[in-house]
Ligand binder design. Structure first.
Ligand code: NAD
Length: 263
């Protein structure tokens, strides 16, 4: 039996990067998918390419902005209408914002990062937890970041929002563990997705590959992470195999966040 056989899994930010990579692993593991993203064009492409690899996968694709509470309620309702339940929730959609020192940070961008990364994650749990409570079963994986456990230069709102995700994860685990709901967060380091590629362009517009190589040198493994490596961890946390891990913020960063000084 596959690890997620017939489990209904909702993934936000599913069109690209970590969301898409996790959707692929979940499809391989037999899940029925509800894929949510605010970019309808890339979401349609993602659905097509998952079906090319795993043609038997049931996929509901929903265009929604996770920072819009009504849209979140609607994607949850649509998923329940289609599948009758929600077993796992990968609460992943997020943005980095711009890179700037704290005192110079653009307020509009600051608010947008908080709206998507903090409120978007909260709204998702607000509407999915009651479904899981009814079932007396659920697995939630929120996406924090190493920026949810450590400081990161020039990324104040991102770090604030991701620390909030770590905190909300611990609270959800505390408040809803009695209903068979286990909630964890992952804290990825630099994983080579479109979001991270964009960050390297900001660091060194003339030579983003150089910025990437320099960044990798600070990692004990001397490389960046791969999206599918994150997908495999998430699918374990979304499965019944994850039966007594809850309220944890699990770093997936090659060990980098433990270091002090040069590696
Ligand atoms: N890639 C990394 O190294 C890394 C590290 C730490 C944390 N993260 C976190 O992982 C998550 C995914 O990052 P990624 O690197 O895959 O990013 P990405 O930019 O490659 O993909 C993000 C996806 O989310 C969608 N999205 C963004 N805002 C949305 C919204 N408001 N509503 C619906 N969909 C939205 C985008 O359209 C896109 O498809 C984010 O929360 C990010 O902060 C990533």
């Amino acid at each position: 039996m596959k690890r997620l056989e017939d489990k209904v899994i909702v993934i936000t930010g599913a069109a690209l990067g970590l969301g898409y990579a996790t959707a692929l692993v979940a499809a391989k593991e037999g899940a029925k998918l509800s894929l949510v993203d605010y970019n309808g064009e890339t979401l349609a492409k993602a659905k097509k390419s998952i079906l090319r690899e795993y043609p038997a996968t049931e996929i509901l694709d929903i265009i929604a902005d996770v920072s819009d509470e009504a849209a979140v309620k609607a994607y949850v309702d649509q998923t329940v209408k289609a599948y009758g339940r929600i077993d796992g929730f990968y609460n992943n959609a997020g943005i980095e914002g711009r890179q700037a020192p704290m005192t110079e940070y653009d307020l509009e961008v600051f608010k947008k990062v908080i709206d998507i990364n903090l409120l978007g994650v909260y709204f998702g749990m607000k509407y999915i937890i009651p479904v899981m409570q009814q079932q007396q079963y659920g697995r939630i994986v929120n996406v924090a970041s190493v920026g949810g456990i450590r400081a990161v230069m020039n990324q104040t709102p991102y770090v604030a929002s991701k620390h909030a995700v770590s905190g909300m994860t611990k609270n959800a685990a505390l408040e809803y563990g009695r209903y068979g709901i286990q909630t964890n967060a992952i804290a990825p380091g630099a994983i080579l997705t479109p979001m991270v590629a964009e960050a390297f362009k900001q660091v060194n517009p003339a030579d983003p590959k150089k910025a990437e190589d320099e960044y990798a040198q600070a990692n004990p493994t001397k490389r960046l992470g791969k999206p599918e490596e994150v997908g495999k961890l998430v699918c374990f946390l979304l499965s019944e195999d994850c039966s007594y891990v809850s309220g944890q913020v699990i770093a997936i960063d090659g060990g980098q966040s433990n270091s002090y000084g040069n590696v």
